[in-house]
Write a protein that binds this ligand. Structure first.
Ligand SMILES: NC(=O)c1ccc[n+]([C@@H]2O[C@H](COP(=O)([O-])OP(=O)(O)OC[C@H]3O[C@@H](n4cnc5c(N)ncnc54)[C@H](OP(=O)(O)O)[C@@H]3O)[C@@H](O)[C@H]2O)c1
Length: 218
């Protein structure tokens, strides 16, 4: 196994497996679930999300529903598209790392650095090389990372076996929509036997929600 931080993926999904509606509304979690997630945020060194989640949700990724310090924020953003006006850059409440590839335009990298972000180059391909990123985070002293989606980032991490816990809240909604983002996107596998295997570690009921905690079967 590569030397990487402990990685927790957390996501809230509807009963039909969507993490947002077809227009990108992702407000699935109850107040109780937000408190649970923010306790995890307060316990990790860094939170990581994909660029689409920045562009659609513009989250601050701060600890708001409990006491605790704000973790480092990381965006997986091959072409350095993170807007300077996004809260992740403009809120100066903690460091922000933008993980890009060699394909990212240098002027965009300069703008993000001028705005206070740390840009790290991970790979030369179309997408950020997550193994390189995780090794680099470990070298920077980051021991625990919370991944908060979206579906494409979840797939990349899960399909490469780069996680230690998968925490999924199922909210009491059914929203449909073939284009609505699901818990994991990506190419998927063809046969069930090729699927990524996990074992159920814990189940919690929170009102009408269920929290499922899985660990990879290694
Ligand atoms: N319910 C929840 O818990 C929850 C949590 C988070 C997000 N969401 C929802 O999820 C939706 C966004 O999900 P999404 O799947 O479209 O996007 P995403 O996972 O947030 O971002 C995916 C993008 O990240 C970039 N990327 C760079 N390297 C990557 C790599 N190695 N693997 C995967 N992606 C990489 C790619 O864009 P580039 O090629 O441009 O770099 C890719 O298109 C939003 O609607 C948001 O509201 C829901």
């Amino acid at each position: 196994m590569i030397d990487r931080p402990y990685v927790i993926i957390n996501s809230a999904m509807t009963i039909d497996g969507k993490i947002a509606t077809k227009i990108g509304d992702s407000k699935i979690s109850s107040k109780d679930d937000l408190i649970r997630v923010h306790k995890i945020r307060a316990s990790v060194d860094a939170i990581m999300i994909g660029i689409n989640t920045v562009l659609i949700d513009d989250p601050s990724l701060k600890v708001k529903y409990c006491q605790g310090k704000n973790p480092i924020r990381i965006v997986v953003d091959s072409k350095a598209k993170t807007p300077i006006k996004s809260r992740i850059i403009s809120d100066k409440d903690g460091p922000t790392i933008i993980a890009v590839t060699k394909k990212a335009p240098i002027d965009r990298i300069n703008k993000l650095e001028e705005a206070g972000a740390k840009v790290i180059v991970c790979g030369e391909g179309e997408k950020v090389d997550l193994v390189t990123l995780f090794k680099s985070l470990k070298d920077r002293g980051i021991k625990r990372v919370l991944v908060e989606g979206g579906g494409n980032v979840n797939w990349s991490i899960i399909s490469q076996g780069l996680f230690d816990e998968l925490q999924v809240t199922i909210g009491p909604f059914i929203v449909g929509g073939k284009d609505a983002i699901t818990l994991v996107e990506g190419n998927g596998v063809e046969k069930m036997e090729e699927g990524i295997k996990v074992k159920l570690h814990k189940v919690e009921q929170q009102g009408d929600e269920v929290v499922l905690i899985y660990k990879p079967l290694r």
